[in-house]
Design a binder for this molecule. Structure first.
Ligand code: HEM
Length: 415
């Protein structure tokens, strides 16, 4: 748009100059009008927006007119089957290197449309995550997984969706015999009989993927979504058992998520209610952690303690103790039950390792320096700033002295 209007004024100015010289406006005015008309019609032919199409918008507003808690099962809609991931290997396929921080941090929902093929992403960390999950489930029991009566059907639906998706995308790892209802995970030689009496759909679902899983159900009284099922074994800074059956607002306000009441909450509640089955989204976030434990960040206090937080943490003194923690979250509505499935895949690596990559130190430095005071408090800025900021500054200067061209930095978030 801007580009075109500036090119119009450029053309007009240059024509005007010619006119001044010849003083014959009368002949040139019609030409000017024709030029302007040409650019206008060209502009009208361009797509105006990349966001939601009108038909999806119409469906979303229909969603708003449903009675609270009401969902008519959509038996015709099918999740698009992903293509098999070419040459995927549980041993060698590397994790997608998301470096989801910008030069300027803004508190927004930060959601993007999710291409269906990417709903679940598995890689060579699968076995590590799988073993960690099983250990946590064995140690913590129902502290890390639950299904309320409201979410039983949704847990089964999520399992079936995950089986269909992962067995199509990663057939060397996940196999499903539909007739016999037998699921196999090749890497671990596990077999699950979905017909078994004591079968647990959410734990089985957790076995398949590296992601943490949550089911949100709409309340018939107020239309708010509450956490009615899931398996969350390594949230790092919060506990599944404390958030179980909380509403979306309380989940976030109890954790003092910055600007939740003012900016995020109203938009999120609207978004959840209007989410259609065909418009899944994805978002990435990041944190700095001052210890190496992905399951529970011990720096903020022992997991068993009732009061934990950055206030309890001792100041970091060594850059080697700082870790980059980043989550890739997806949100989609399941067609049969209408439950919302929320997945969280955590990526975790030493800051020093990530700072080997071009542009990372400068961008992370700028991003963190742009946090507001409430974000600083939420993310423990005071605990790591004295170690992290000078380190990032030094690494950024080194990269730039080595010839890194800042103008060539890729702009494709989440990088
Ligand atoms: C579109 C959906 C959602 C958005 C935009 C959103 C946004 C956020 C944001 C901005 C934060 C602060 C940390 C960060 O930057 O990520 C946060 C934290 C959190 N979110 Fe969400 N969230 C969403 C869905 C959910 C759902 C479905 C759950 C259900 C379990 C959830 C649970 C949490 C928890 C437990 C925290 C940490 C709170 C704490 O520190 O205690 N979020 N969320």
């Amino acid at each position: 748009m801007n580009h075109n209007s500036s090119s119009i004024s450029f053309d007009i100015n240059s024509i005007k100059e010619t006119l001044d010289q010849s003083s014959s406006y009368i002949f040139v005015l019609p030409v000017l009008l024709l030029v302007a008309y040409y650019f206008k019609t060209q502009n009208d032919l361009k797509p105006k927006s990349k966001s939601l199409t009108p038909s999806v918008k119409a469906t979303a507003s229909k969603m708003d007119q449903r009675p609270f808690g009401y969902w008519k099962p959509d038996l015709t809609w099918k999740t698009p089957t992903p293509k098999e991931y070419p040459n995927w290997s549980v041993k060698t396929t590397k994790p997608v290197p998301y470096r989801a921080f910008k030069h300027k941090y803004n508190v927004t929902m930060a959601i993007r449309n999710m291409p269906w093929d990417s709903w679940i992403e598995l890689d060579n960390q699968w076995l590590k995550f799988h073993n960690m999950k099983l250990k946590r489930i064995a140690e913590k029991g129902q502290d890390v997984w639950r299904i309320s009566p409201k979410a039983v059907d949704a847990a089964w639906e999520l399992l079936h969706e995950l089986i269909a998706f992962t067995s199509a995308k990663y057939p060397s790892l996940i196999k499903f015999d539909k007739e016999k209802q037998i699921l196999k995970i090749t890497e671990t030689n596990q077999t699950f009989d979905l017909k078994a009496k004591d079968f647990n759909p959410i734990i089985t679902a957790a076995n398949l993927v590296q992601d943490e899983l949550v089911l949100m159900i709409e309340d018939p009284e107020d239309g708010q979504y509450s956490l009615e099922g899931g398996c969350i074994t390594m949230a790092g800074f919060w506990k599944f058992k404390e958030k179980f059956q909380m509403k979306l607002d309380e989940i976030h306000t109890s954790g003092s998520v910055p600007k939740y009441e003012t900016h995020l909450g109203p938009a999120m509640n609207k978004f959840f209610r209007r989410l259609t089955v065909d418009s899944p989204v994805v978002r990435n976030n990041y944190f700095i952690q001052t210890d190496e434990h992905i399951d529970w960040s011990r720096s903020i206090g022992p997991e068993e303690s009732d009061s934990v937080g950055w206030n309890a943490a001792t100041k970091a003194t060594n850059i080697k103790d700082l870790w980059f923690r980043s989550e890739r979250q997806t949100v989609r509505r399941l067609p049969k039950t209408g439950a919302i499935a929320f997945t969280i895949r955590t990526y975790f690596m030493p800051i020093t390792e990530m700072c080997e990559e071009p542009y990372v130190p400068r961008r992370l430095l700028n991003g963190i320096k742009s946090w507001d005071e409430d974000v600083n408090e939420y993310r423990g800025f005071a605990v790591f700033k004295d170690v992290l900021l000078p380190y990032l500054q030094k690494r950024a200067e080194e990269q730039e002295a080595d010839g890194l061209v800042l103008d060539d930095e890729p702009q494709d978030y989440p990088y």
